[in-house]
Ligand binder design. Structure first.
Ligand code: ZN
Length: 319
């Protein structure tokens, strides 16, 4: 039982990885999720992916300790039921673990994808050695995950840890959750693109229009990061503002939870120091009672593998 399988079940692709002796990914397989093809079909594709992964590595079920799956959405880890996932058509109260057991006789555990990211950081990433960590995953949305006292924390509803919906400005824009001024409304990819476009429309000089052939609707955070790297003041201003909002949330987390480390991950973390410097500046001026110096602020070192490694961690946690 030296092997563990971790799966990152995304709305577009599903990726499965096989680890040997907890640590090293020795094989991986990827296929399209086909999220609109119905629950039973997605589960069948998952089972086929697992089988292909094991066959390719010459590993049998008897050698595998279990399967961990990171799933976007609101779910119950104990019952293995996904209450709702916005990424999958018709996934309301679906018994994911039971359905997968019709195809594979291995222990299967599920966890929300951002919580998987938090588990990955805790065991393999920036949170190694810490007992209290918070993860902010900045991407299409802003996800959050908490490890407190060495355990995943999701509160009384199992739905807690939604750090992207901490309000950082009561007069801010409307968030998809219905509230106003959530961190997500400022720090998700589209919000960063919109903020940049607005500055350009106000006539700010910038390299960005040239980088997107004049089509400001095609601005992405990666373009804004590239422009900042080239010394573009408008792009740097965007990151300063976005980082300030992330910093306000981070300072609040430090006061409420006193974590040893806050990890910033997700695709937008690719902006690196342009994002992290204003986060640090803001935290230093706002984390006072529980001082900023008690908490490290770090970029995720795991990149795209954070969710996979977290799904693997989940199986290790169950020992
Ligand atoms: Zn919100």
């Amino acid at each position: 039982m030296s092997y563990i399988i971790g799966i990152d079940l995304g709305g577009t692709n599903m990726v499965a990885a096989l680890t040997y002796k907890n640590e090293t990914i020795i094989a991986r397989e990827k296929t399209e999720t086909m999220a609109d093809s119905g629950f039973a079909n997605v589960v069948r594709r998952l089972a086929e992916l697992v089988q292909r992964l094991m066959d390719g590595a010459g590993v049998s079920c008897r050698q595998v300790e279990g399967i961990g799956i990171g799933v976007p959405g609101y779910l119950n880890m104990m019952s293995g039921v996904v209450h709702f996932s916005p990424n999958f058509t018709g996934w309301t109260e679906v018994p994911l673990v039971d359905e997968l057991h019709k195809h594979i006789s291995l222990p299967v555990y599920i966890v929300n994808d951002v919580n998987a990211h938090a588990l990955g950081e805790y065991r393999f990433g920036a949170g190694r050695g810490a007992e209290h960590i918070a993860v902010l995953a900045l991407g299409t949305g802003v996800g959050g995950g908490l490890i407190l006292d060495g355990r995943l924390y999701a509160g009384s509803t199992e739905g807690g840890g939604e750090l992207g919906h901490i309000v950082v400005d009561p007069d801010g824009p409307r968030c998809e959750c219905g509230c106003y001024g959530c961190l997500e409304a400022f720090a998700k990819a589209q919000a960063i693109a919109d903020r940049t476009a607005m500055k350009l429309q106000q006539g700010k000089r910038s390299l960005i229009p040239g980088m997107v052939d004049g089509d400001i609707r095609s601005i992405t955070p990666a373009v804004v990061a590239q422009a900042a790297e080239a010394g573009d003041q408008t792009a740097i201003e965007v990151w300063d503002e976005v980082g300030m909002y992330v910093g306000i949330a981070a300072a609040g987390l430090i006061q409420a939870l006193s974590p040893q480390v806050i990890v910033i991950g997700g695709g937008i973390a690719g902006a690196g120091r342009f994002l992290m410097d204003p986060i640090r500046r803001t935290v230093e001026t706002r984390a006072l009672l529980v001082p900023a110096s008690t908490c490290r602020l770090e970029l995720s070192p795991l990149g795209d593998d954070a969710g996979l490694l977290g799904a693997i961690s989940l199986v290790i946690e169950k020992r």
